[in-house]
Design a protein around this ligand. Sequence first.
Ligand SMILES: [Zn+2]
Length: 384
Amino acid sequence: MTTLSPTLELACDLIRRPSVTPVDEGCQELMMRRLGEAGFAVERMRIEEVENFWARRGGGSSEKNGPVLCFAGHTDVVPTGPLESWQYQPFDVRIDEDGMLCGRGAADMKGSLASMIIAVERFVADHPNHKGAIAFLITSDEEGPAQHGTKAVVERLRERGERLDWCIVGEPSSTTLVGDMVKNGRRGSLGCTLTVRGKQGHVAYPHLAKNPIHLAAPALAELAAEHWDNGNAYFPPTSFQVSNLNSGTGATNVIPGELKAVFNFRFSTESTVEGLQQRVSAILDKHGLDYSLDWALSGLPFLTQPGELLDAVAAAIRTVTGRETEPSTSGGTSDGRFIATLGTQVVELGPVNATIHQINERILASDLDLLTEIYYQTLVKLLA
Ligand SMILES: [Zn+2]
């Protein structure tokens, strides 16, 4: 076997550890040791069953000590699914004959973690007296409930007034070539269960019953057809989707007494949670329904406008790959939504996401060396 680059060697070391959410399997121990050796003050933050750590090198948290660039990510991976479906075993990491790094977490996101560590090790060796501070915020619960991970660590950092100017999250943001896309924001996600009450009865005696399906259908049609906003330069228009619709008693001759619909908004910064909630209620009221709504907000939208961080990342990608990156707010939510609440500019930059969460997760191994170089060049632009 040919020798691996430092990034690939570390990536393999991390992927071999079967850290399915929320288990960490020593991934963080390994990262903390490397960062400690590079001069970081490392702080474990185990919260409930979740392993997290915060590490920082240089500067203080006050204004005069210069900006703080934080790398953020997660060591946990999603479950493998049926092992017999994998071409190679998910934690038996390898680089195949096509140069693909194969294994659970290769793309999401142990590859990025390895690139961050190697880039930072090189940077502090080259620039021991760099400006400001470099930090790491790592969790083992991004793929799970995500309550005791980044969200909880961010609360602690907020309480002690920790300054965090810029954050690069290692989520796999690229679509076909590394660096072709970065995420400079994410839509918000607002879920809801709607219950519409009717009156159960015999289908042959509808005048004695109240059919919640008939009552809810036109209201749902109106919700589905509603134009919520136009989006803006960074966000597509807000979308409403029904994911589940349930009613019926199981019998064909019974009008059911109740209907439940589950729906979700992916919303832009042009809409607010309260605004969407009011508009949903107004439509349901207009149809005269007897209903209740059970809302669950899983994330507010965030946006990083063009500025120091986005410019530095775009320039680094251009230097390393010759590509013009495309900033985008598409895709699901990420831990970036918690970090952005600190007033931090947040950009997600990682490898190609084509196989994330799938059987046979893989990325082009050489992309990770490019990613290391991109992180390194970003550090140079911001803190050298
Ligand atoms: Zn991820």
